[in-house]
Ligand binder design. Structure first.
Ligand code: HEM
Length: 407
């Protein structure tokens, strides 16, 4: 349940009595007020039709309210009767849960006919002014108490009307949240199925691929250096490597390994990853700068998995610098966390691509499984860490990882 709906969940309809008692306490409405209003019932009753007249004359002067009231020719006569009953009930003397429920029902009618909430304030003011005038005209010995009781009750009526609008608002938020939740569940079920399928396919592909690679290497070894087929063999092996990497990614994503955590110096892991990355063709035109590697940054991590995260992110960064650019890798301490930032000044991502960056199988690259970042996130999260991506088209991308540090 989201913030808004959980914050207000305590106000569910089953707790109507508690809520009404709380409202009464809040405006200071007492049993004495209830008695004062009940004592006025017979005196005020003959004047209520005039309040009804004043009310609808004022409403009909407003074009929007008029359109609502005249939407159906029987509506206004019906409403005059309803409002008269509503006004009579103000002086009934018993303001219990049944009263509250009855008033809520009226409020819900307003919500159902899509009446804007702000109308309630002006409309209640018309009633307030008219009834106050009448009470003053009575010149009661307890005029002050009577007026106070009336104002408190009309404030309660407003609070009830607002409550029905709030209920409706919360209902709508909850149904949006429910929809989003159901969508997420069906997406994750869908992904789990794809993952299983991908894993079994990857398994089927892996062994024959190793066989083909071995066979081609044997054939290649029999050719002299200048042989015209030598380059074909090399290209075939490169393609097999790509396939192998894709299969490895699929298996990694579909069957994640639990990290085997040890206290490691993350600076060292980054340094080792960088040594291997220097061999990568994508890094040839790219300047790589590092910060913080000379200091030790201890964390409880699975070295192989974190090295893989760094490698994936660095390769992504290098690919983003299409025509040569720079990639920066900064490592630092942040409170009790180790923070690793990998930043490039490459092509960046459009907002809609950024929004889906961690989504498995989502890729904008012609060659790619769309699993790189999904795997990174899964690994970082199983290390109880966080990963965030910021990007601006044409400016570059920054990935920030935080891992819990170890003393
Ligand atoms: C303090 C202000 C108001 C009070 C006390 C009040 C009272 C009522 C009552 C008692 C009902 C009958 C509800 C039911 O039994 O389900 C009702 C319904 C309705 N009210 Fe109000 N109302 C107020 C303000 C307004 C305003 C400002 C408008 C329009 C501009 C409005 C339009 C309606 C409409 C369209 C219905 C539904 C009528 C039908 O088609 O049956 N009300 N109202």
């Amino acid at each position: 349940m989201g913030y808004l709906s959980s914050r207000y969940a305590r106000y569910n309809r089953g707790m109507a009595g508690d809520l009404f008692a709380e409202m009464k306490r809040y405006v200071g409405f007492t049993e004495a007020d209830a008695r004062t209003l009940a004592d006025l019932r017979s005196r005020i009753s003959p004047y209520l039709p005039e309040v009804v007249d004043r009310f609808y004359t004022a409403l009909l002067a407003d074009p929007t309210a008029r359109a609502v009231l005249e939407a159906d020719p029987n509506r206004l006569p019906r409403l005059r009767v309803y409002l008269r009953e509503w006004l009579e009930m103000l002086f009934c003397g018993v303001y219990d849960t049944a009263y509250y429920e009855q008033r809520c029902r009226i409020g819900r009618t307003h919500v159902r006919v899509d009446l804007p909430q702000h109308y309630m304030f002006t409309a209640m003011n018309i009633i307030r002014i008219k009834l106050s005038e009448r009470l003053r005209a009575f010149q009661l010995p307890n005029a002050c108490e009577a007026l106070n009781a009336l104002h408190k009750l009309l404030d309660l009526e407003l609070a009830i009307m607002n409550e029905t609008y709030r209920e409706d608002y919360v209902d709508r938020i909850q149904s949006i949240e429910r929809l989003e939740f159901e969508q997420r569940i069906s997406e994750s079920e869908h992904l789990a199925t794809i993952g299983q399928l991908a894993a079994s396919l990857a398994h089927e592909i892996k062994n024959p691929l190793a066989g083909i690679s071995g066979a081609i290497q044997v054939l290649g070894a029999e050719l002299n250096d200048g042989h015209p087929h030598k380059e074909i063999i090399a290209e075939a092996l490169r393609q097999i490597d790509r396939l192998d990497a894709a299969v490895r990614d699929l298996l990694l994503y579909a069957r994640p390994k639990q990290p085997s955590l040890r206290r490691e110096d993350v600076s060292q892991i980054v340094a080792h990853a960088l040594i291997l990355l220097r061999q990568e063709p994508a890094f040839l035109p790219v300047r790589v700068r590092c910060e913080g590697l000379t200091e030790q940054h201890w964390a409880l991590v699975d070295e192989t998995q974190i090295k893989q995260v760094i490698t994936n992110l660095m390769i992504n960064a290098a690919h983003a610098c299409e025509d040569g650019g720079s990639v920066e890798c900064r490592i630092s301490k942040h409170g009790d966390k180790v923070r690793l930032v990998i930043e490039d000044d490459g092509v960046g991502m459009q907002p809609h691509v950024l929004a889906r960056a961690f989504e498995p199988f989502y890729t904008t690259k012609a060659r790619g499984t769309g699993l790189g970042l999904a795997i990174c996130r899964r690994i970082v999260e199983t290390h109880q860490g966080t990963i965030e991506v910021e990007s601006e088209p044409g400016m570059g991308t920054r990935v920030t990882i935080e891992l819990p540090g170890a003393a």
